[in-house]
Design a protein around this ligand. Sequence first.
Ligand code: C2E
Ligand code: MG
Ligand code: MG
Ligand code: MG
Length: 290
Amino acid sequence: KAKALGDGSFQFFEPVMCLEAKRRLQLEAALHRALEHRQFALHYQPRVDLRSLRTLGVEALLRWQHPEFGSIPPLEFIPLAEERGQIGNIGRWVLGAACRDVKHINDRYGLALHVSVNVSARQLRSPDLIGQVHTALADSGLPAGSLELELTESALIEDLDQSVQVLRGLKALGVRLSIDDFGTGYSSLSYLKRLPIDVLKLDRSFLAENPAGDDFLRSLIGMAHVLKLSVVAEGIEHRAAMEALRDASCDEGQGYLFARPMPLDALEAFLAQEDGARACQPELSHEKPQ
Ligand code: C2E
Ligand code: MG
Ligand code: MG
Ligand code: MG
């Protein structure tokens, strides 16, 4: 309930709060039916090798297109789905669709792209996760090594001992694991030593605060390499940032500079164009990643 603020301003706030609460309720109800109404789609954003600039993989990013509310961003509906216990079904759909799509692209174009799928805190705690991953791989025929799961630091740290158990189970399937949004939370390299992680994804905000030219970032990337982690920079928008990160030994990059997240058909066109461009630039095509 809105409170009287003494100056009568509640008269303005109360309707706004009601609207927000109403929208939330409507979204909750709509989310419940979004899967069966086929309102979800995956967009794919390329992840490129910073030396060869080749696309090595893609990240699957979930989109919810509602006929009335329009396009609802994941940062708005994922937390809602977590709260309402719907993330399990949605996550299962994402895993299945992402593996299927990338298997299709790899077969069709003779590629070996990997696909990264985001896994939320609640999904990580679900006893279902390992089975879901196994099923998605078996149904699609995508090799386990081509699937990467992105986990956030905050989700892992909630219960580190349990996380270690779950991650070991996932590693036993043969998938790759990455830490997403590194630098937004606790950001301690010491806990990473305890986890069977393959990839560190540096968050865009972290990179904004720690420009690639500075020694701190260079050292952090060096430490990650000591821990046998591959380092990916998120949110690269400018060429200068890309070059500085590459000079700091960052392995891969993702961001609007290379490509925005896009639907599957646009990704196919992007990859075909990339392949064509490479045929015209022999110096790029002979460069081997790492
Ligand atoms: P994330 O996993 O860190 O994904 C990267 C986000 O950065 C994406 O936002 C992407 O569109 C955006 N991005 C990429 N390059 C750039 C850039 O150069 N500049 C800027 N400004 N942004 C860039 P998006 O798609 O809105 O997703 C937001 C978050 O929602 C994701 O962050 C992830 O945590 C979550 N999410 C998305 N899809 C799923 C999903 O299927 N399952 C779960 N559990 N979470 C998801
Ligand atoms: Mg991610
Ligand atoms: Mg991220
Ligand atoms: Mg992020």
